[in-house]
Design a protein around this ligand. Structure first.
Ligand SMILES: [Zn+2]
Length: 474
């Protein structure tokens, strides 16, 4: 029996292909060493990881001193840290995982919430700003590129200082795009991001020819707006039509909208008006895809250029561009079509990315060409990022009053955090059965398992400072 079980396990491990460990936040290292985190991973998946994903930014700042003088995360800054956990060190993290024989990926979400400069923030379709930077803006792209370049320099130096055979290497830059274009809704009105001057200029450039400018995007400021065809406000969030692909024509969009019952808000509007709105919406989504990809690629190129300029020995560094998304055919908060990433139009200057990581249970169209990796969490990194952003925001004076958390007093905030923790943990996929269920497509090169340890999360929540929000004073 033992032999049979061994044989089954070996089969699943082979089917799963290469394993990668994702460290969600650097603070984990204050509770578990790199060696322990690798052990935990190996125990829960039955196989050891070959690489680790290390984040460059937290929601309250950068994990290392940087030339842009952006704020440091409390996780690494002994001067401002009010938490009880010991501080952690970015370069040491790279070194410690490297010592375990793991290659390194660096992860960055290209929009950040710790820069409060108003001109750099996203502007939604009705003109409101949110506390998040827009990566279409040159200033934001430059900041992110400088920070990631610094991370690359620190990481390559840390790896070079290892004294071992087969020194691990920096494999790639992972762009976590699960929530770069957040959306919200009020009274059925959908608010999409981002419609800042820079985004509008790029979107208009891509849509030009088909639609008249000026105020091409003014259609989104009416109700119902074209977005109401595929999105609908719901008490638990925004509902959406799932199978939206880049080639969809207006009649299909309207058909899907009717099937979901979203068309009801269009009562009194004729069929031709709906078809027109659908056509316009699809043009907008394709333009948003182009804009998003252009920005990601330009950050990637800029990082390599800075690194090569700073250090001639690192010129032409061979690293992969990885996109990490939830995995919906069209991902509204990532602004990307999966099918267009996989088979890109002829006028795209280059291959969109080297690897695509997403939740294997999503309803994604089959990705046949690009290398893919299954991200073993429902909705991929979205709930994980949201949970850690919440833990961080509650301890940050600025974020506590400038984000949605301002609506809650201390007790309510703790309760909400507990709820969020539980809903996040419910998205876990684990063990042999999850691996066995992964697709056998030859372009799926492996899987990514986030290092989420319930005990560590409980301790992090316990140790996190909670500063007072607006509601505590009313
Ligand atoms: Zn913008």
């Amino acid at each position: 029996m033992a032999t049979r079980s061994k044989g089954y396990k070996a089969g699943v491990v082979e089917h799963a292909r290469e394993a990668i460990l994702d460290l969600p936040v650097l603070n984990f290292l204050a509770y578990r060493s790199a060696e322990q985190i690798v052990q935990d991973f190996t125990e829960s998946w039955g196989m050891s990881p070959k690489a680790v994903v290390i984040p460059v930014l937290a929601s309250d700042g950068v994990y290392f001193d940087n030339p842009c003088e952006l704020p440091l995360s409390r996780a690494v800054d002994p001067d401002v840290q009010q938490a009880r956990a010991p501080i952690v060190d970015f370069a040491k993290a790279v070194y410690d995982f490297g010592e375990q024989g793991l290659d390194i990926y660096l992860l960055v979400a290209p929009s950040v919430s710790f820069v409060s400069a108003n001109p750099l923030l996203v502007v939604d379709s009705v003109g409101d700003t949110a506390r998040l930077t827009c990566m279409t803006k040159n200033g934001c792209r430059e900041l992110i590129s400088e920070i990631v370049a610094e991370a690359v320099l620190l990481a390559t130096d840390a790896l070079a200082s290892l004294t071992m055979e087969n020194t691990p290497r920096l494999r790639g830059l992972v762009f976590d795009v699960v929530n770069i274009w957040p959306m919200s809704s009020t009274n059925g009105r959908i608010e999409l991001n981002c419609f800042c001057e820079d985004c509008v200029a790029v979107l208009e450039r891509h849509m030009k020819g088909k639609y008249e400018v000026p105020d091409l995007l003014g259609h989104f400021r009416t109700y119902p707006s074209p977005a109401n065809l595929l999105l609908s406000e719901n008490p638990g969030g925004i509902l959406y039509v799932e199978r939206v692909v880049s080639t969809m024509k207006a009649p299909q969009v309207v058909g899907l909208s009717r099937m979901k019952g979203f068309h009801e808000v269009w009562e009194g509007h004729g069929d031709s008006e709906l078809l027109e709105a659908a056509d316009y919406l699809m043009e907008y989504l394709r333009a948003r895809h182009r804009l998003t990809l252009e920005s990601l690629q330009s950050i990637f190129d800029e990082v390599l250029e800075i690194v090569g300029r700073e250090r001639s020995d690192l010129g032409g560094l061979d690293v992969d561009l990885v996109i990490l998304s939830e995995g919906d055919p069209y991902d509204w908060t990532a602004g990307l079509f999966l099918d267009w990433l996989d088979s890109w139009p002829a006028d795209f200057a280059r291959k969109p990315c080297d690897e695509l990581w997403f939740d294997p249970t999503s309803v994604s169209p089959q990705v046949k060409n690009l290398k893919t990796r299954s991200y073993m969490w429902r909705r991929s990194r979205y709930p994980i990022d949201t949970l850690f952003d919440a833990i961080t925001s509650l301890g940050d004076d600025d974020l506590r009053v400038s984000t949605g958390w301002a609506r809650f007093d201390d007790d309510q905030a703790r309760m909400m955090l507990d709820l969020r923790k539980r809903s996040t943990l419910a998205g876990r996929m684990e063990g042999l059965t999850s691996l066995k269920a992964l697709s056998a497509e030859p372009n799926r090169v492996g899987f990514v398992g986030p290092a989420i340890n319930d005990l560590v999360i409980n301790k992090m929540i316990h140790d996190a400072p909670v500063v007072r929000g607006r509601q505590d004073f009313t």
